[in-house]
Each structure stands twice: as structure tokens, then as C-alpha cells.
Design a protein around this ligand. Structure first.
Ligand code: FES
Length: 107
């Protein structure tokens, strides 16, 4: 069974707009966008750029390195130079806490 991992409070996520979880194996960023939370791998599939800090337009994040665009809801690529989708993670707010499921992500 996959368990939920608590990251931060909803207030903190709303205030900062994002939360980054660094793991030994990867980096995950949770965005607050359009009143929802979205968790995606924080590594652009074009050339490994960090997506945290890239502009968010609606539910689209723009990679700050070369401008690839991704749909935060699905991880799908919306504009090159990236062609592969981002990995997404289930995310929820429970009792005021932001939680994600890491699935089979090595920790
Ligand atoms: S590293 Fe993201 S667009 Fe190039």
C-alpha cells in the first residue's frame, strides 16, 4: 500500500506558491496553481533544468532554462524543446497539510 507523505501546511504552500522536496534519488516540486495543488518531478525532461522558480501560467509551468512548457495537471509537454512528459504524483490537502504519494520513487 502506498502511503501519503506530509510536506508542509496548505498556508505555507499558498504563501510561497511552491514547495520543493529533495530526495536522494530525485527532486519533486508541488505548485499551488489555480486553487489546486500539483506535484511533479522537479527535473525538466529536456536537459534537467529545475522547474521550481519557473513561471506558472494557469496550470502551465515554464522551464526557466529554455522555455519548455508542461501541463501541471498531467505532466504533458505543451511546448518544446522538451518532448517527454514530466512524472506526476498524487497530491492532496488533508487537515490543512499538503501530502503527496511517492509511489515507487526511490527515497
Ligand atoms: S532544460 Fe528545460 S527547456 Fe531545456
Amino acid at each position: 500500500m502506498t502511503s501519503w507523505v506530509a510536506l508542509c501546511s496548505q498556508d505555507e504552500l499558498q504563501r510561497n506558491g511552491l514547495y520543493v522536496l529533495e530526495l536522494p534519488s530525485t527532486s519533486i516540486v508541488v505548485f499551488w496553481a489555480e486553487g489546486e495543488i500539483y506535484a511533479v518531478e522537479n527535473i525538466c525532461t529536456h536537459d534537467g533544468g529545475e522547474l521550481a522558480g519557473g513561471p506558472v501560467d494557469g496550470t502551465t509551468v515554464v522551464c526557466p532554462r529554455h522555455g519548455a512548457r508542461f501541463d501541471l495537471r498531467t505532466g504533458a509537454v505543451l511546448a518544446p524543446p522538451a518532448y517527454g512528459p514530466l512524472r506526476t504524483y498524487p497530491a492532496q490537502i488533508r487537515e490543512g497539510q499538503v501530502e503527496i504519494q511517492l509511489g515507487d520513487t526511490p527515497r
